[in-house]
Design a protein around this ligand. Structure first.
Ligand SMILES: C[S@@+](CC[C@H](N)C(=O)[O-])C[C@H]1O[C@@H](n2cnc3c(N)ncnc32)[C@H](O)[C@@H]1O
Length: 276
């Protein structure tokens, strides 16, 4: 479980990784990846600390019959070759590819919501959200095809949308091209931004179900003292379980915080993040 202190430590490590030079691994062009070398870091101790974080906060992945610990961060993943930390000479990096159902559904996703039942649900939700967030810094978790941007006016520099589905993000950019630089293709678990100070966190379309206790701690670190959360969770078993074979965290920490049913399947979680 992350604490505010460990979130800070991981974000510092990601900032270092993102600032260091990486070379393309020319000998393996078919497995495109990049690497950074210990000997090119001015501070070898810093390299060891970052390699340790890759190990401690990564997840097992099998690649060509071998297990690696891969650490996801802001759309990339990092891994070492598994030697002891002090003998580790390089950290690899490539684009993280997520498996999920939404790439397949993205082209038709918006049309699902044109049906009456969903329109009524949407109206109830918009009534709860009020007039807008135009002067606030917004983090939209599971932003999908851009439901929030379809309904609220905000400047691109005040908005960050994250979603692990390229398909969904492509649909968002087709509708809102000015937001192309406000997006990250990653899950909430893998979001380690340089920026913080968000005033509002949005997680609609049951995206609040992706938030684990550790993610909530990270959200606390990234937001202002008075920041507000507005999101929905699935409230019936079919939706809340394995809809589309999605991977949810073991503990959906926000489900017990649902205060109001919205439509047939969703419950609203709304409140100050410090009190969730
Ligand atoms: C039902 S859609 C909701 C999209 C949008 N918020 C809306 O209200 O229309 C759920 C979105 O969450 C994204 N998602 C899935 N796992 C996620 C995770 N671990 N972290 C963040 N987003 C995730 C999916 O790719 C999908 O776009």
């Amino acid at each position: 479980m992350l604490t505010l202190q460990t979130v800070k430590k991981v974000i510092d490590a990601v900032q270092l990784l993102e600032a260091k030079p990486f070379r393309f691994a020319k000998t393996m062009p078919a497995q495109a990846h990049w690497y950074t070398l210990r000997r090119e870091w001015e501070n070898s101790h810093e390299f060891s600390e970052v390699a340790q974080i890759v190990r401690d906060y990564g997840e097992d992945e099998v690649y060509y019959y071998r297990k690696y610990i891969c650490f996801g961060a802001n759309g990339q993943k990092y891994w070492t070759m598994g030697e002891e930390i002090e003998k580790t000479t390089l950290i690899n990096r490539t684009t993280k590819q997520y498996r999920g159902p939404y790439d397949f559904h993205s082209a038709t996703y918006d049309s699902w919501y044109e049906r009456g039942e969903h329109k009524r649900e949407e109206k109830a939700l918009l009534d709860c959200l009020g007039n807008g967030f135009s002067d606030q810094k917004v983090l939209d978790i599971g932003c999908g095809t851009g439901w929030f941007l379809d309904h609220f006016h905000i400047e691109p520099e005040m908005y960050t949308g994250i979603d692990p589905s390229w398909g969904m993000l492509t649909q968002l950019v087709a509708k809102h091209p000015e937001f192309v630089n406000s997006l990250k293709c990653c899950s909430i678990r893998d979001f380690w931004p340089w920026e913080k100070g968000y005033d509002v966190v949005i997680a609609m379309g049951h995206s609040a179900d992706y938030i684990s206790p550790s993610d909530l701690e990270k959200i606390r670190f990234l937001t202002t003292e008075e920041a507000m959360f507005y999101g929905t969770c699935a409230i019936d078993a079919a939706y809340a379980s394995d809809l589309f074979t999605e991977v949810f965290p073991d503990e959906k920490v926000l489900q017990p915080k649902v205060s109001k049913q919205i439509g047939m399947h969703h419950g609203l979680v709304a409140g100050k993040i410090s009190e969730l």
